[in-house]
Design a protein around this ligand. Structure first.
Ligand code: NAD
Length: 418
């Protein structure tokens, strides 16, 4: 089958089809799970600072809700498209199933460039988008969270907008909120902490000592920057390459991660970080290292560059960073890939803890959250590694086999309505 490799939805469906073949799913089950359940497109006006009114387009897609309410982040980016949101929603369904938390998959996005918008414009866009998708979201139906270019402040505006419409506070409508309005301890670093746990487990399986490992990370936002800090501080890895949207920095002897964090905050990017040499984002992915962690966006490792990747382990902190052609090349080269639906599931796991805490109005301590996260991530990694070994497939297919079987079981048990 010829597929358009840069369309993430085609990639997501191709991955699902392979798992469905191996599981021997019926044609009916396949047809149900291949399609998103609901897709909402909203076109809405926002008043800009200069008085003009601009139209924006946003989406909210729910892929499957048979295992629980829909859950998934909201992305603000010029590259957002309906197919990207569909793919991300489908991956959320599998991700929640891999780590065994009772949510279905969803995703949202608005086509916009937040870097070119003032805080006031961003707030008005966020509140209007929240209002437009309020026919879908709710604490029992669909619970958004942060994703690329959205943050705790934006979650706070969405929580407030939804609450204004209800007439009372509804903290459980969204996760990734600031602590002061019902956010959870540990949520900011949860995705990266999960990435750290699976990295440690995967290194163990490859008999590699983290303290002797060099690491390259693409993306220096919430996930990439905290992953760099945790891998350096808690596992003792040497971080040799980092990047953001403006390009990368490299030092084969190791980058001072805390300095990089301060520098990026002060200068708005990593460019010019002392004691490093500049590299392009394309070059960064081909630097020699023991662990490569894409933590930015989709389709970074492709049929074009995968053969030049010089690493032993790829940890997919971003969603969909490896296309199927690259997957085959890396697999044939003996490079282990820990797939996104497992590697970055720490975020949705602590989002689940945040939702439970909000519903119960009872909050847990940070060490309790980190301990529970560690247990879930380690158990999920082990289950995926076991499934992969048993079925003689790679970790991605191991994760898909577990996840798709769980969602198919829930769908079968509930039956076809009416
Ligand atoms: P973010 O907006 O905080 O950071 C994104 C980073 O990627 C920034 O440093 C940005 O400069 C960089 N970037 C953007 N375009 C790039 C490009 N073309 N080349 C190199 N770098 C580029 O976003 P985030 O929340 O850290 O999300 C990163 C990835 O992790 C996304 O794929 C997201 O879906 C995934 N993810 C995030 C979470 C979460 O909890 N935030 C959870 C699971 C998965």
């Amino acid at each position: 089958m010829a597929i358009d490799l840069i369309n993430p939805y085609d990639v997501a469906v191709a991955q699902f089809d392979e798992a469905a073949d191996r599981l021997g799913l019926s044609q009916a089950m396949r047809a149900i799970l291949r399609k998103p359940k609901r897709e909402l497109t909203v076109n809405f006006p926002v008043r800009m600072d200069n008085g003009d009114v601009e139209m924006f387009t946003g989406y909210r897609v729910q892929h499957n809700i048979n295992r629980g309410p829909a859950k998934g982040g909201i992305r603000f980016s010029p590259e957002v498209s309906l197919d990207e949101v569909r793919a991300l929603a489908m991956w959320m369904t599998w991700k929640c199933a891999v780590v065994g938390i009772p949510f279905g998959g969803a995703k949202g996005g608005v086509i916009c460039d937040p870097r070119k918008m003032s805080p006031g414009e961003l707030e008005r866009l966020t509140r209007r988008y929240a209002t437009e998708i309020s026919i879908l979201i709710g604490p029992d139906s669909d619970i958004p969270a942060p994703d690329m270019n959205t943050n705790p402040q934006i979650m706070a505006w969405i929580m407030d907008t939804y609450s204004m419409h209800q007439g009372y506070s509804v903290p459980a409508v969204i996760t990734g909120k600031p602590i002061g309005i019902g956010g959870s301890e540990g949520r900011m670093e949860a995705t990266a902490r999960g990435v750290m746990v699976v990295t440690r487990e995967a290194l163990l399986d490859k008999n590699m000592n983290p303290e002797e490992c060099s690491v390259v990370i693409q993306g220096f936002g919430n996930v990439g920057s905290i992953t760099a800090r945790l891998l350096h501080d808690e596992l003792g890895c040497t971080i040799v390459g980092l990047s953001d949207i403006t390009g990368g920095v490299y030092n084969p002897r190791g980058i001072d991660v805390h300095r990089a964090l301060r520098y990026s905050k002060e200068h708005g990017s990593l460019q010019g970080l002392p004691d490093t040499e500049p590299v392009s984002n394309a070059e960064l992915l081909e630097l020699p290292c023991d662990v490569l962690i894409p933590a930015a966006l989709e389709n970074q490792l492709t049929g074009q560059n995968a053969a030049r990747v010089k690493t032993r382990l790829v940890i997919e902190a971003a969603n969909g960073p490896t296309d199927p052609a690259a997957d085959r090349i890396l697999n044939d080269a003996g490079i282990t890939v820990v797939p996104d639906i497992l590697a970055n599931a720490g975020g949705v796991t602590v989002s689940y803890f945040e939702w439970v805490q909000d519903l119960q109005r009872f909050f847990w301590a940070e060490n309790e959250i980190n301990d529970r996260l560690e247990t879930i991530m380690k158990r999920s990694y082990r289950a995926v590694a076991h499934k992969a070994a048993e079925q003689e497939v790679n970790l991605r297919m191991g994760a898909y086999l577990l996840a798709v079987a769980r969602v198919a079981e829930a769908t079968e048990l509930r039956g076809v309505y009416p």
